[in-house]
Ligand binder design. Structure first.
Ligand code: HEC
Ligand code: HEC
Ligand code: HEC
Ligand code: HEC
Ligand code: HEC
Length: 215
């Protein structure tokens, strides 16, 4: 009688016995590595086509983040400001500065400045600024001290483990929604208790099921 399985399959139980644990350890190691906050792009700092400084504009000049990133409370993405926003000041301030050559060229040609993305989630992950900012998660929680960055870099992992760390215990990291762009406000030092804030009318329950963040 012909066997349904070729002869070599007899060895499969043996192979599983010997190789199984190794494969399993490999898989666990892979997942552990992938999901650990160490597997990240922290520190990624591309150089930009214009030496625009957040230390100067957001720090020293004290401009609010929303003056330039004006969609951050309404949309998933935080808009990068168009050249017109810069020229609102720089058609007068430092109008002949060589550091602003690319800005003036952009204004003349109508082509936007080609800023390089710093923060980028993979295609399959979903993130919405308006929800986080609206509920009182400050920019500084996820982007660090941008007001002290001459050149923007990625300060936090933005990994899945990092997202979930907050999602499982968000309350200590909430602040009054009026302080979301304040880089120096520290909810712990201020003794802020979100459950006692009369401005907050509902419980905050960030999701941890896969479909919330993945397409
Ligand atoms: C005067 C306008 C202006 C202000 C004010 C401003 N930004 Fe920006 N921001 C920009 C521009 C232009 C870029 C793109 C170039 C760059 O990365 O430096 C940018 C880039 C960024 C990025 C990186 C975006 C990416 O590509 O991932 C973050 C994060 C950011 N800003 C956060 C902030 C925060 C937080 C504040 C307030 C403390 C702020 N910005 C204030 C103009 C501004
Ligand atoms: C809960 C974390 C979190 C908070 C709070 C947050 N961001 Fe972001 N930000 C991100 C992530 C994640 C990305 C990358 C998004 C992507 O690739 O889809 C990002 C990207 C950006 C970008 C690049 C454009 C974009 O939307 O992809 C800018 C500019 C920015 N953030 C500014 C801000 C400012 C200003 C604030 C505060 C008003 C803020 N962010 C608050 C996590 C956060
Ligand atoms: C509200 C006004 C204002 C806006 C809007 C603004 N800036 Fe500025 N910017 C200033 C001031 C003030 C200085 C410092 C001038 C000085 O050093 O005397 C400056 C300095 C600069 C410098 C350094 C110039 C030099 O020669 O030292 C660059 C580059 C620059 N800004 C780029 C930008 C870009 C790009 C944007 C748009 C994303 C922008 N700025 C938006 C007010 C503004
Ligand atoms: C510092 C805390 C914090 C971090 C970090 C954080 N979140 Fe959230 N997230 C929240 C809070 C708070 C809510 C709002 C829950 C509510 O409205 O009840 C929320 C809600 C959400 C929601 C549900 C609302 C929606 O958009 O449908 C998604 C999805 C989400 N977060 C994705 C992410 C992703 C992806 C990351 C990482 C890149 C991330 N979050 C990082 C605190 C955080
Ligand atoms: C709070 C948001 C959030 C939730 C909930 C979440 N993820 Fe993720 N996940 C992310 C983010 C953000 C990334 C991308 C991290 C990075 O940049 O590497 C990611 C990455 C991944 C990756 C790695 C893919 C790759 O190579 O980039 C897998 C696999 C994954 N998630 C599966 C899951 C599964 C399965 C669940 C449910 C048990 C889940 N995720 C729930 C936010 C989330």
């Amino acid at each position: 009688m012909a066997s349904i399985f070729p002869k070599w399959t007899n060895k499969i139980p043996l192979l599983i016995g010997a190789g199984g644990p190794v494969v399993l350890i490999g898989v666990i190691g892979f997942i552990w590595y992938y999901f650990s906050p160490e597997y990240t792009d922290v520190g990624y700092q591309p150089s930009q086509p214009v030496p625009f400084s957040h230390t100067l504009h957001a720090g020293e000049l004290g401009m609010d983040c929303r003056y330039c990133h004006n969609s951050v409370e309404k949309a998933a993405h935080a808009a990068i400001p168009p050249t017109e926003t810069c020229m609102g000041c720089h058609s007068n301030v430092k109008k002949n500065s060589p550091l602003l050559t690319n800005v003036r060229q952009s204004m003349d040609s109508g082509k936007p400045v080609e800023w390089i993305n710093v923060h980028m989630l993979p295609e399959h992950a979903r993130f919405d600024h308006s929800i986080h900012v609206g509920v009182g998660v400050g920019c500084v929680e996820c982007h660090g001290r941008v007001d002290q960055m001459d050149v923007v870099y990625q300060a936090e992992p933005l990994s899945m483990g990092w997202c979930l760390e907050c999602h499982r215990d968000p309350y200590p990291r909430l602040r009054p929604p009026s302080e979301v762009t304040n880089m120096t406000y520290d909810p712990v030092a201020e003794g802020y208790d979100p459950t006692q804030d009369p401005e907050r009318r509902r419980e905050v329950t960030p999701p941890d099921h896969c479909g919330a963040c993945h397409y």
